[in-house]
Write a protein that binds this ligand. Structure first.
Ligand SMILES: Nc1ncnc2c1ncn2[C@@H]1O[C@H](COP(=O)(O)OP(=O)(O)OP(=O)(O)O)[C@@H](O)[C@H]1O
Ligand SMILES: [Mg+2]
Length: 155
């Protein structure tokens, strides 16, 4: 089971992210899949706006993790520069994932076989200059229902 949404603009991506933000709870984890320039950071910026985070959200590529204080704290992690699972563990990955904030992970492909259960997965595919295909899914039924609902609301 998965939900799909085609975005034709940054605004439509923002609408999806903000709708999702309103449905998230402390401890939720979002794993992003999708290559360079897919829109992971763009989505996260709008998600942060939706969580009432006032700070400007930057790409965490060089710092690996950014922490933002909001109604619920947001932890924005980028695994792009990490290769080995040990390196991922060394940034305190599990502390974020099992925290009561919301954790968003760019380049989740790097988790390889160590993928996480009980999370929200979002794959972003570039299908045109401004078009992106979002596929959202989870192994948890209630998350899948919520994700379908979110997509239905903006489609
Ligand atoms: N519909 C769309 N949704 C999201 N971004 C879009 C869309 N159309 C065009 N873009 C552009 O695509 C780019 C997405 O860049 P962004 O930094 O968010 O990607 P990323 O997935 O985080 O890449 P990286 O792997 O380098 O971190 C931005 O320049 C954005 O303006
Ligand atoms: Mg990025």
């Amino acid at each position: 089971m998965s939900a799909e949404y085609i975005s034709h603009s940054i605004e439509e991506t923002g609408a999806l992210a903000k709708k999702l933000a309103r449905r998230l709870s402390p401890g939720d984890v979002i794993l992003f899949y999708g290559g360079l320039g897919a829109g992971k950071t763009t989505f996260t910026k709008k998600l942060a706006e939706g969580l009432n985070i006032k700070d400007h959200v930057h790409s965490p590529t060089f710092t690996l993790v950014h922490e933002y204080k909001g109604d619920i704290n947001l932890y924005h992690i980028d695994l792009y520069r990490l290769e080995r699972y040990e390196e991922i563990m060394n940034i305190g990955f599990e502390d974020y994932v099992y925290s009561d904030g919301i954790t968003v992970v760019e380049w989740s492909e790097k988790l390889g076989e160590h993928y996480l259960k009980g999370v929200i997965n979002i794959k972003i595919e570039t299908i045109g200059e401004n078009e992106r295909k979002f596929t959202l899914w989870s192994d948890i039924k209630s998350y899948n229902e919520m994700l379908e609902d979110v997509v239905k609301c903006i489609s």
